[in-house]
Design a protein around this ligand. Structure first.
Ligand code: SAH
Length: 194
């Protein structure tokens, strides 16, 4: 598919992704935080993720500097990227909707926090991270460039590895046996598999 069309599709998807995120972020800003485990490392990781998903793609889309690392994909792979991107946007919205007041952009427990085990949280514990991983896979199928295409996948994989254990420990401290039981009957990122 024409790289310009792919760039326009990716940019439109990212704008929708930002609209979903920012609208929920605005809704949550007045909630009282009772446990805050945001560390300086967490800030670096968040910056890394934004660089992988926004900064490198933006450089590739606006300037020719990364063109030496372009690759080619058949049209069916680009089409698959569009389908995966659309699914990731739906899941991203759905996880924000299901978490409701419990959602935080970082590792925090809110006043009146309840454990969500239903909806998209029924079979996996981190569907929001699954949605971002799907977005990163779509990024590699739409932005056909070894740097801009794979930056999201590399940066977000690092974020998942460093964050998930800490997040689960925080929820275990907060919800104890309830979280332990939930952990036993769910997977982390991929239903029934992983
Ligand atoms: N890791 C989850 C949520 C990401 S948002 C996912 O990928 O879907 C991060 C915040 O969500 C954390 O600060 C934590 O307090 C909250 N959280 C994570 N899982 C939760 C659950 N099952 N129920 C309620 N809150 C949860």
């Amino acid at each position: 598919m024409n790289p310009l069309i792919l760039k326009i599709i990716f940019t439109s998807g990212i704008i929708l992704w930002l609209i979903i995120r920012l609208s929920y972020q605005r809704e949550q800003q007045n909630n009282v935080i009772v446990d805050d485990r945001k560390t300086p490392q967490e800030k670096v990781i968040r910056f890394l993720v934004l660089a992988g998903i926004l900064l490198f793609p933006l450089i590739y889309i606006l300037f020719p500097w990364l063109n030496f690392a372009n690759y080619y994909l058949p049209i069916w792979a680009n089409g698959l990227g569009i389908v995966i991107f659309a699914s990731s946007l739906w899941l991203f919205w759905r996880t924000h909707h299901d978490l409701g007041k419990n959602w935080s952009p970082t590792l925090q427990i809110r006043e009146g926090h309840t454990l969500m085990t239903d909806g998209v949280y029924r079979s996996i514990r981190h569907p929001m991270y699954t949605s971002v991983l799907l977005l990163c896979i779509a990024q590699a199928l739409l932005l056909t460039n070894w740097i801009a295409g794979f930056a999201g996948l590399v940066c977000f994989s690092i974020a998942c590895v460093t964050r998930i254990d800490k997040e689960e420990q925080m929820l275990l401290d907060q919800f104890g046996d309830e979280y332990e039981a939930y952990r036993k009957c769910t997977k982390r990122l991929v239903p029934y598999l992983f």
